[in-house]
Design a protein around this ligand. Sequence first.
Ligand code: AMP
Ligand code: ZN
Ligand code: FE
Ligand code: FE
Length: 300
Amino acid sequence: MRIDLHTHSRRSDGTDSPAELVAAAVAAHLDVLALTDHDTTEGWDEARAAADPAALVLLTGIEISCRYDGAGVHLLAYGPDPAYPPLVRELDRILEGRNARLPATVQRLRDLDIAITADDVRGVSGDAAATGRPHVADALISLGVVSNRDEAFDRFLMPGRPGYVDRYAADLIQAIGLVAAAGGVSVLAHPWSRASRRVLDGDAFEALRGRGLVGLEADHQDHRTNDRAVLRGIAADTGLLWTGSSDYHGTGKIDHDLGVQTTDPLQLDRLLAAMRTSAGAARRRGLDPPPTPEVPGLTR
Ligand code: AMP
Ligand code: ZN
Ligand code: FE
Ligand code: FE
């Protein structure tokens, strides 16, 4: 069984529409796919409409931009009620921060004598609800300033580079609480990728588990092979589940093809059990999280 629990569509900074993403997942022989756009649930309906449950089990999620101990951390939220007002308000606040950053980033680049405009960025971000640096990168590619997203990040968009502008992110512990209150479950995305490694050690994982975190994304292309094994071990020792995912962005991110990293079915089983419990409790509070999918062939 092939399970990929972290992917992006054009509703954030991927390059496939949600329907194209679902078709690509079937073509990549995935059995289970989670759509986890940055800070938005806007792709969920289109992905759901495109997914034939007999061919592909779809999980709906969000990758929430958070901050912990001063560092940017990404939180994968699976199955929350997308209409839960406190969650909607927090996502709106993050999206406003993303939109406010765009003109500031464009101005920084213009100060470097690059003739980029906000319209150039809007032209490439299309129907994205969550605009981001990859869209600025795409605009720089169209203008012939760089040849790919990596070059744009390396020269202009990474922290410490002249086009970098900070933006609002949610408090990680508050976000984990919001996701649980909305009937979903939280998994830390790529905890040992560059930005967050400094603050996320074993003690932090333990503390976050106490706040409701259920898992860690251990198998991710941005982690060294040895770190992946270490993270699986920490998760096992801490009572957390562990996942593996591609973090697919269509053509927007090299070495992140669908299914390049996958999740063990036993870990998915644990994730689904946690989702059922959280969604059930939220339903008793009157919320409407999406039904937790059944995965044929998984023991329960
Ligand atoms: P932002 O959402 O504006 O903070 O931009 C972060 C996003 O940019 C992440 O989702 C990454 O997937 C993407 N990203 C970061 N570094 C690179 C890179 N070197 N090449 C392509 N995409 C990148
Ligand atoms: Zn992204
Ligand atoms: Fe991420
Ligand atoms: Fe991602």
